[in-house]
Design a binder for this molecule. Structure first.
Ligand SMILES: Cc1cc2nc3c(=O)[nH]c(=O)nc-3n(C[C@H](O)[C@H](O)[C@H](O)COP(=O)(O)O)c2cc1C
Length: 172
């Protein structure tokens, strides 16, 4: 995990926003997951809940794009953690990184901090890589902005939680 604040974060903000505007995506890990059925429904529900909270309609493309740009100013958070994996690791180690990140989230929460894991922050790995000295042996999976939470409508959004009976199969 690499922690970034201050001038380095400001530099990332300018560079990532420029890359997003130019559409020059460079990922270390591809987006090749298929969202179908209930997973697609949940993905849409989460996006619409955030859009509704901000009063943005689905057809307001400019406003939606401006909102996506907020990812690259880290939603105004002053600190970002970047999560990497050694080159050559596989699916099992990807899961380990997810568990590690969840532990970081819980630790931040215990100290009164809010966090936003952002896969978007891995979209321009070519910008992040040289500054963090990742070399050839580490790959960037995602970033996580964090700070003390402020009161905004977006922070009040609560996505619907799936009933445990829908995600757990009991064998008795
Ligand atoms: C692995 C992962 C990647 C995510 N990537 C992004 C992202 O790039 N941009 C974003 O705004 N939200 C992203 N999210 C969603 C937010 O981090 C957050 O989980 C969501 O707003 C719901 O928050 P809640 O779980 O506290 O209700 C991601 C979530 C996860 C778990």
């Amino acid at each position: 995990m690499h922690l970034v604040t201050g001038d380095t974060l400001e530099q990332f903000c300018a560079e990532l926003q420029a890359k997003f505007a130019a559409g020059e995506v460079a990922l270390d890990f591809p987006y090749d997951g298929q969202y179908e059925g209930v997973c697609k429904e949940r993905q849409f529900a989460s996006a619409s809940a955030l859009r509704d909270a901000r009063g943005i309609a689905r057809e307001q493309k400019a406003e939606r794009s401006a909102w996506l740009m907020r990812d690259f100013s880290f939603f105004d958070a002053p600190a970002v953690a970047f999560f990497t994996l050694p080159t050559g690791f596989g699916l099992r180690e990807d899961c380990d990184l997810g568990m590690f990140a969840q532990t970081v989230i819980l630790g931040l929460t215990a100290h009164g901090l809010g966090s936003c894991p952002q896969t978007a922050l891995a979209s321009f790995a070519n910008v992040i890589r040289p500054t963090l000295n990742l070399g050839d042996h580490k790959q960037l999976m995602f970033g996580m902005s964090f700070c003390y939470p402020c009161e905004t409508v977006v922070n009040e959004v609560r996505t619907e939680h799936t009933a445990s009976a829908d995600v757990v199969t009991f064998h008795i």
